[in-house]
Ligand binder design. Structure first.
Ligand code: F6P
Length: 496
C-alpha cells in the first residue's frame, strides 16, 4: 500500500481515512457544557477497532445541533479519543439542515434502503416524482461536500488508504478520483445489494451514478457473496462500457479495475465476554422479566420494516393457536430500539408493530400471562442481559446485510438457546447450518420453527449453540478489517 511496504497481514500501522455518515462521536450541549457520546450501531463499533492500531482520520456528517457547532468551530479535523484514550482525528461536515434531511430522510432512507431491502409496494411506491429528484440532488451534493473534506484530509495526512462506508456515500469513491486522490479507496456496503432488477425502481440517472460512483473504488466490499454477485450483474446490466469478469470478480471501467469482494462483518468476542460480566448488565438482568417463564423467545431489533417484526409476532400467534399446551409457559420478549422515526414509513411501521403485538395478546393473554412483552427503547445493557437468558432467538429479517444480533447474542447466551434465522439475513451464509432456517415471509414455517426450537433435545441445542459461538470466535471483527486492508495492499489494480 503506502510507501512503507512490508506487511500484507493487516497489522502494520497505517494512515487511514475512514468516512461514514454517522460518526464515532455525537456531541450534545447540556447545562454543564459540551458532551461527547460514543456513536451507536454496528458500523461505528466495527470500525472503531481501527483506532488503536492505526493513525485514523474519521470524516462524518454533522448530525446533532452540537455537531454542527463543532463543525463550524473547527477549520479541519480535531483531536479526539476513544473510550480507552486512543487518539484519532475527527472532521465533521455540516450541510444545510434541509439538504441533510432530503439526503438522509428521503433519498438514503427510505428510498435506497427500501430498494435494497425489497420493501417498496410496487403498485404504488416508489413514485419517482419531483421530491425524489430534489432528494437525489441533495444526496449528490452531500456526497460532494464529504468528498471535498476527504480529499483535503487525505492530502493533509498523506493517507495510505481511504475506507468509505455504506449506502449514504455511494458517490464518494468516484468523486475522490475526480479530486485527484491517489490513495487506494475501499467502499463497503453494509446493507444487502439486491439483484439487478430491483434497481429498476431507481431513476436511471441515479442508479448509473451510484454504480459509476462505486467503480471509482479499488475494492468494493459486501457482507455476502450473494451481494457481491448481484453487484457484478448490476454493472453488466446498467453500465455500458463496463467489462465484468465474474471469474475474478472484477469490473473494468473507464481505465480502472475494481475488485468486488465479500467480507462478512463480525463482532469483538472479547468485548462481549466483558459485557456479560458488566455491572449494568447484571442490574438489567434483575429487572428483565416480571415473571420467569419456562421458556423465553427473544428478538432484539431496530424498529425497521426490514426486520419483519410484524410477521414474527403473527407467527408466534399462529404457534399459540396450534399449541395450547404452551400457553402460560412461554413468553416472547421483543426489545426494540426506535429508529428513524422522522421518516413516515418508519413511524407507521412502529404503529403496526404495536398493533400486531396487541392482536396476539388480546387473543391469548390470561391474568397471569402476557405472551408478547414488547419494550421500545434503546437499552443495550438490557439487550445483553436478555442475550444471556433466551431459549430461542428469533431473527426473521425480510433481508439483512448481516444481522449482528445473530452473532453477538449466542456469544453470551447461557442456555444453549436455539437461533431461528432468516435465509435472507447475511449471517445465514455463515451460520445457517447451526440455526433453524426460515423463509421470512412464511409465517407457517416460522410458527413450526418456534415449536421445533422449544422441544429440541438438549444434545442438539448444545451442538448448534457451540457451532455458532466457535464460528464467531474464529471469525471476529479483526478478521473483517484485516482482510480488507490486506486486499487494498495489493497495489497495481486500479491505482492511478
Ligand atoms: O445496517 C446499516 C446501518 O447503517 C448500520 O451501520 C447502522 O447501525 C444502522 O444501519 C442504523 O443506521 P442509522 O445511522 O440510519 O441510524
Amino acid at each position: 500500500m503506502g510507501g512503507g511496504g512490508g506487511a500484507t497481514d493487516g497489522r502494520m500501522r497505517r494512515r487511514l481515512v475512514v468516512v461514514s455518515n454517522r460518526g464515532p462521536i455525537v456531541y450534545a450541549r447540556t447545562d454543564e457544557g459540551r458532551t461527547a457520546r460514543r456513536g451507536g450501531g454496528g458500523l461505528v463499533t466495527a470500525l472503531s477497532g481501527l483506532v488503536p492500531a492505526h493513525d485514523v482520520t474519521w470524516i462524518a456528517a454533522a448530525i446533532s445541533d452540537e455537531d454542527r457547532v463543532v463543525a463550524q468551530e473547527q477549520a479541519g479535523a480535531v483531536d479526539e479519543a476513544d473510550r480507552l484514550g486512543h487518539r484519532f482525528r475527527l472532521r465533521l461536515v455540516a450541510v444545510e439542515r434541509a439538504e441533510y434531511d432530503r439526503y438522509y430522510n428521503v433519498f438514503a432512507n427510505p428510498h435506497l434502503w427500501f430498494i435494497q431491502h425489497g420493501l417498496w409496494n410496487h403498485p404504488y411506491t416508489p413514485e419517482l416524482n419531483a421530491g425524489i429528484v430534489g432528494a437525489w440532488h441533495s444526496y449528490r451534493h452531500v456526497n460532494e461536500r464529504i468528498a471535498d473534506a476527504v480529499a483535503e484530509e487525505a492530502e493533509a495526512v498523506g493517507a495510505e488508504a481511504v475506507l468509505v462506508q455504506d449506502y449514504q456515500l455511494y458517490l464518494v469513491p468516484r468523486l475522490l478520483r475526480d479530486r485527484g486522490v491517489a490513495a487506494p479507496v475501499n467502499h463497503f456496503t453494509h446493507i444487502p445489494w439486491p439483484g439487478p432488477d430491483a434497481w429498476r425502481s431507481a431513476r436511471r440517472e441515479a442508479r448509473e451514478a451510484i454504480l459509476v460512483g462505486l467503480l471509482g473504488a479499488n475494492v468494493v466490499g459486501f457482507h455476502t457473496r450473494r451481494s457481491a454477485r448481484n453487484f457484478l450483474s448490476a454493472c453488466e446490466d446498467y453500465i455500458s462500457g463496463a467489462h465484468v469478469d465474474y471469474r475474478h470478480a472484477e469490473v473494468e471501467y473507464d481505465g480502472r479495475t475494481t475488485r468486488v469482494r465479500a467480507y462478512p462483518i463480525s463482532v469483538d468476542p472479547l468485548e462481549f465476554d466483558a459485557l456479560a460480566d458488566d455491572s449494568r448488565v447484571h442490574e438489567a438482568a434483575e429487572t428483565l422479566l416480571e415473571v420467569e417463564p419456562e421458556r423465553l423467545i427473544l428478538r432484539v431489533d431496530r424498529t425497521d420494516p426490514s426486520k419483519n417484526i410484524v410477521r414474527g409476532f403473527t407467527a408466534f400467534g399462529r404457534f399459540l393457536d396450534q399449541h395450547p399446551e404452551w400457553h402460560g409457559r412461554v413468553v416472547m420478549l421483543a426489545l426494540l430500539d426506535p429508529s428513524r422515526q422522522e421518516i413516515p414509513e418508519y413511524a407507521e411501521y412502529l404503529g403496526a408493530v404495536h398493533r400486531a403485538a396487541r392482536a396476539v395478546n388480546d387473543a391469548h393473554a390470561r391474568d397471569d400471562w402476557n405472551p408478547i412483552d414488547l419494550r421500545v427503547s434503546d437499552n443495550f445493557p438490557r439487550a445483553v442481559a436478555a442475550y444471556k437468558r433466551y431459549d430461542v432467538l428469533l431473527v426473521n429479517a425480510i433481508v439483512d446485510g448481516m444481522n449482528l444480533i445473530a452473532k453477538e447474542a449466542p456469544l453470551v447466551n447461557e442456555r444453549d438457546g436455539v437461533v431461528i434465522l432468516s435465509e435472507n439475513a447475511g449471517a445465514h451464509e455463515e451460520l445457517g447450518r447451526h440455526a433453524l432456517t426460515v423463509n421470512p415471509f412464511d409465517v407457517e414455517e416460522t410458527a413450526a420453527a418456534i415449536e421445533t426450537a422449544l422441544v429440541m433435545p438438549e444434545v442438539d441445542r448444545v451442538a448448534r449453540a457451540a457451532g455458532i459461538r466457535d464460528h464467531v470466535r474464529a471469525h471476529d471483527v479483526r478478521e473483517w478489517i484485516a482482510n480488507q486492508l490486506a486486499d487494498l495492499e495489493r497495489r497495481g489494480v486500479g491505482a492511478r
